[in-house]
Write a protein of this length. Structure first.
Lengths: 285, 285
């Protein structure tokens, strides 16, 4: 496995793949790799000839007062995991490589970025879109792999790819969960044993809503009230949102239709957790 | 020469060039081609194996009340000119091909976009950056060719390429002028014979400033006053700006240094004209 730190080197390392007509898969991560990330890596390995995994804790997608400094950076362990998976290239650019002095162009993200996370984390998706586009243009992958866990991020990036004609095919992989249902997240390491029951509230709320939909509930507000009640009963410290929404626009739905997603964001102690689940049958493919 | 109207077709048409390792040059234009454009086309033909010329009057770079509707669109004549030059592909996408329903992602341009034209034409460079990036990502050229006439546009695109890591080499070609000195522009067709002397004021003002610098003038404000006086004497109807500036940041200079550019924008009747000139020796290359 090659370990690469600069834009020039990642270009030099990936150019031969293109010259030999080998397809390239990219798994963009912020490191602190868990089974969710590894499922993306395996999907890339099975779909593309070459797999690049980027590890970059992107400062521009963190707001003031967020956990940029505290974000876990177990790089040696991450590299061991990637080596074991047989990844071709681990790409770890520095902050100054990505954002040199004088850097100022950004991506103004699509409208779907203004919903949910966009309300709670202003500027977050501008940072995400910009860094993802930069990684795409540095590496020129054929495929990029993201997790359903960050559903809105996927919706935003999918729309950016469409709107800017980025020549990358996006694949979305299912959320990987702990045995108790907690969605895998690098931020789960922040949770104490005592906080676990509250953290599980997110998945429980979503499962309750899905069960209600399966039993015929169609009233969006009734479902959202039920989700909030489950979250409160579980002991979360605050709720940023708990909604049923259109999967493309993320507009909140008064009435369930045949493609409806539930999405929640809560704080447990100082840790912010998000999760989502299809409340109706997920779309094929 | 292939004439292409859709993104899918331009991708299909350029993919074989890449497969055969032929380099691709792109000359992005809004049509109404003149000798300035043709100099870019010839530069591309000499530097790249294949040349694509795009013709697209980009609505998102025009402000309210600007000349989007009136902008000349002599497409048949343009195509004849390109055919005669031996261009490989003329690419003429429609507005809905470039901006389909639901389109909303934009490029937030670099800081240099806020100067000069950015003051006179808010939103202009966001439109320029977005359409140029889209064309780059549709066509994936190795080289792109722009004219020095739109100096700030070049500075903005150069910075966007750097900041977003766009894998395109930018070439800037000298401004082509009419025998009387008027910079070639598609908007010159708006000028009546009576307006010509005023229009020539732009070049005269810049040449006066250059002569003064060569004679030892170093005071930026003295030079700018002189430029304004020449413009007024020539009969322009209004001056948007007439400045001596740093060529990278476009900050106005109190004091000339060894790399200084003069830039002017005026209205002659309802026609807005711009021009620029190196007041010091231009940088090599």
């Amino acid at each position: 496995m090659q370990i690469i730190h600069t834009i020039d080197e990642i270009r030099d390392a990936t150019a031969p793949f293109r010259r030999r007509f080998e397809s390239v898969g990219l798994v963009p991560t912020m490191g602190a790799l868990h089974s969710g990330h590894l499922s993306l890596v395996r999907e890339s390995m099975s779909r593309a000839d070459r797999t690049v995994v980027s590890i970059f804790v992107n400062p521009t997608q963190f707001g003031p007062g967020e956990d940029l400094q505290a974000y876990p950076r177990p790089y040696d362990h991450d590299l061991e995991l990637l080596e074991r998976e047989g990844v071709d290239i681990a790409y770890l650019p520095s902050d100054t490589e990505m954002y040199p002095s004088g850097w100022s162009t950004r991506v103004a993200p699509p409208a779907v970025a203004n919903q949910l996370e966009g309300q709670s984390r202003p500027g977050h998706f501008q940072g995400v879109c910009t860094v993802v586009l930069k990684l795409f243009l540095q590496i020129l992958p054929d495929h990029a792999f993201f997790g359903q866990k960050d559903y809105q991020q996927v919706a935003v990036i999918r729309q950016m790819i469409r709107d800017l004609d980025v020549p990358v095919a996006l694949s979305v992989c299912p959320t990987v969960r702990e045995p108790d249902g907690l969605a895998m997240s690098s931020r789960n390491v922040y949770l104490s044993v005592d906080q676990r029951p509250a953290a599980l509230g997110l998945y429980r709320a979503l499962m309750e809503a899905r069960r209600a939909v399966q039993q015929g509930e169609v009233d969006g507000h009734a479902l959202m009230n039920e989700m909030r009640q489950v979250l409160i009963d579980s002991g979360v410290d605050s709720i940023d949102y708990a909604v049923v929404a259109d999967p493309d626009t993320l507009d909140v739905l008064d009435q369930i239709d045949d493609r409806t997603l539930g999405l929640v964001a809560c704080r447990v102690g100082t840790t912010r957790l998000i999760d989502n689940l299809w409340l109706t049958d997920p779309p094929a493919g």
